[in-house]
Design a protein around this ligand. Structure first.
Ligand SMILES: Nc1ncnc2c1ncn2[C@@H]1O[C@H](COP(=O)(O)OP(=O)(O)OP(=O)(O)O)[C@@H](O)[C@H]1O
Ligand SMILES: [Mg+2]
Length: 301
């Protein structure tokens, strides 16, 4: 059965969409079947994964209104995950849903048919606490809260948690907060560490490590219609999302690569040539053996 993760924070520009596309690609790299849902009328996830929202015909809007079975709206992406795209029509969907009974359950019900087709469903929520975000939270097992560690960022986290508690009470008892994901993080400043410690302590929220450092690589990726895992494969940002994907998918961290045998060591193993002079003892090479770190760059906060 698919595990549904909503990525939500009503504050704008905190990397919700970036987290969904990067984490989705990272889970896909691990061989997991992933579906992404663009639940934001801005359709940034749709655009950033290479689809033009203006030319999308079947979207999440039709799915939420029950006009279409969810599978029909699914599109493949070059990064690996499938996507149910959004268009600007989704903005009008909130109004229509408001007049419907069971409006909070529209996404949860739409996903029932896809439960067996995916291991993970990631939902990109809009920057509001309206009926679309409540649909995302009602459909989810867990919510991840991307959080930019700046003054005033914590304002709104309390409101988001109040909404989560309402959802737990009224529409989805299973929902749990996976934690706060520090994004656009500048670990060189004491300020960022202080804000993160404050929000984690104030609301008793787990902090998800590693933090996602600020990097221009993230801003470049959407223009190419791919996630950072494709446009900057070996970047720290890509590796940080890979580290989160491994935790979510419960996959062990890769072990550091074994040092390659150097020439002196291979000479040691070669059988002695009977035509050559008596073998000299071959000591250890004095050159330091470089060991490549294959693990992710951990940015402890
Ligand atoms: N770690 C990062 N470093 C630098 N820029 C980043 C990082 N993560 C995201 N960005 C950039 O920040 C901007 C906002 O990111 P994103 O669209 O993911 O936020 P959002 O929370 O989904 O925004 P909205 O609330 O409008 O939906 C984008 O231009 C994105 O490329
Ligand atoms: Mg977004």
């Amino acid at each position: 059965m698919a595990r549904v993760l909503a990525v939500a924070n009503q504050k704008g520009g905190v990397a919700k969409t970036t987290t969904v596309s990067s984490l989705g690609a990272a889970l896909s790299e691990l061989g997991r079947r992933v579906l992404l849902i663009d639940l934001d009328p801005q359709a940034c996830l749709t655009f950033s994964l290479g689809l033009d929202p203006d030319s999308v015909e079947l979207s999440v809007h039709d799915v939420l209104l029950g006009r279409l079975s969810s599978g029909v709206a699914v599109r493949p992406t070059a990064d690996g995950p499938d996507l149910i795209p959004a268009t600007i029509e989704l903005a009008g969907c909130e109004g229509v849903l408001m007049s419907r009974t069971g409006r909070e359950h529209a996404l949860r019900l739409a996903l029932v048919d896809l439960q067996e087709d995916y291991d993970f469903v990631l939902v990109d929520c809009p920057p509001s606490l309206g009926v679309l975000t409540i649909n995302g939270l009602t459909a989810a097992h867990e919510v991840i809260v991307p959080f930019q560690c700046e003054t005033l960022s914590h304002r709104g986290v309390g409101q988001l948690l109040d909404t989560v508690h309402d959802v737990q009470r009224l529409t989805n008892r299973e929902l749990r907060v996976r934690g706060v994901l520090p994004t656009l993080f500048d670990g060189r400043t004491a300020h960022a560490h202080a804000v993160l410690a404050d929000v984690a302590g104030r609301y008793a929220l787990p902090v998800l490590h590693p933090a996602i450092a600020k990097s221009v690589r993230f801003a470049e990726a959407p223009g190419a219609g791919r996630s950072i895992l494709a446009t900057a494969r070996r970047s720290k940002g890509a590796d940080a999302y890979r580290a989160h994907a491994r935790v979510i998918a419960d996959v062990a961290e890769p072990r550091p690569a074994e040092p390659r045998p150097g020439p002196a060591r291979s000479a040691e193993r070669r059988p002695p040539d009977p035509r050559s002079a008596p073998a000299r003892s071959v000591g250890r090479t004095s050159a330091p053996v470089r060991q490549r770190q294959a693990g992710p760059d951990r940015l402890e906060v």
